[in-house]
Design a protein. Structure first.
Length: 196
């Protein structure tokens, strides 16, 4: 197990090198910083639980999470062909390296989110409680219809409705996750749980 200070040190060195324009850190800052953040939270989890989450999910689990993370974020890149809402600076000139770095960078998004969420859940065991919501299948269908409506709006007018690509995805996936039995936001609301 790594020392608890390795993650913060990694982040500090990454920031310093990027600020000084040192390559390849400056070009791949996101990837380096996000990896440092994952290591930081993994160390916090290991300190609190006695074992690293990275070690528990193993290589196969890490690859699977990373793969689906990259696939999900490439979906938004496809959406951006219509949105024309963002672009990247300081990217690799070599196409093969650019694609590889992009795939790896996108592959760190879900792990970073999941590691932070896991740490928050263990750190604050008492979550915010609300009255449980009763969500019928009709409610879930309305959410999906709203998500589809969001997609129609941003495709029709991306200049004004570009943020709806994120909300539309949420409104479609939350009911799907519920139907698949995944303990997502809708199941949390049904329990009256607003925690992380």
């Amino acid at each position: 197990m790594m020392a608890t200070w390795c993650g913060p040190l990694w982040l500090g060195v990454t920031y310093a090198l990027a600020a000084a324009g040192v390559e390849p850190i400056a070009t791949h800052f996101y990837l380096c910083a996000w990896a440092g953040l994952i290591v930081t939270f993994d160390q916090l989890i290991a300190r609190g639980e006695g074992s690293s989450l990275l070690a528990r999910v193993g290589d196969a689990g890490w690859v699977q999470i990373g793969f689906w993370s990259a696939v999900s974020w490439f979906f938004y890149e496809l959406c951006n062909f219509r949105l024309q809402n963002w672009y990247y600076i300081l990217v690799e000139d070599e196409p093969l390296l650019r694609w590889l770095a992009t795939f790896v960078a996108f592959g760190t998004v879900f792990p970073g989110i999941f590691w932070i969420d896991h740490w928050l859940r263990t750190r604050w065991s008492s979550s915010v409680r609300i009255p449980p919501l009763q969500l019928s299948s009709n409610h879930r269908r309305v959410l999906v219809a709203g998500g589809v409506g969001f997609f129609v709006l941003w495709v029709a007018d991306p200049v004004h409705f570009y943020p709806l690509v994120w909300g539309g995805t949420f409104l479609i996936l939350a009911p799907l996750n519920h139907r698949l039995g995944i303990d997502g936001i809708l199941r949390q609301l049904e329990r009256g749980d607003l925690g992380p």
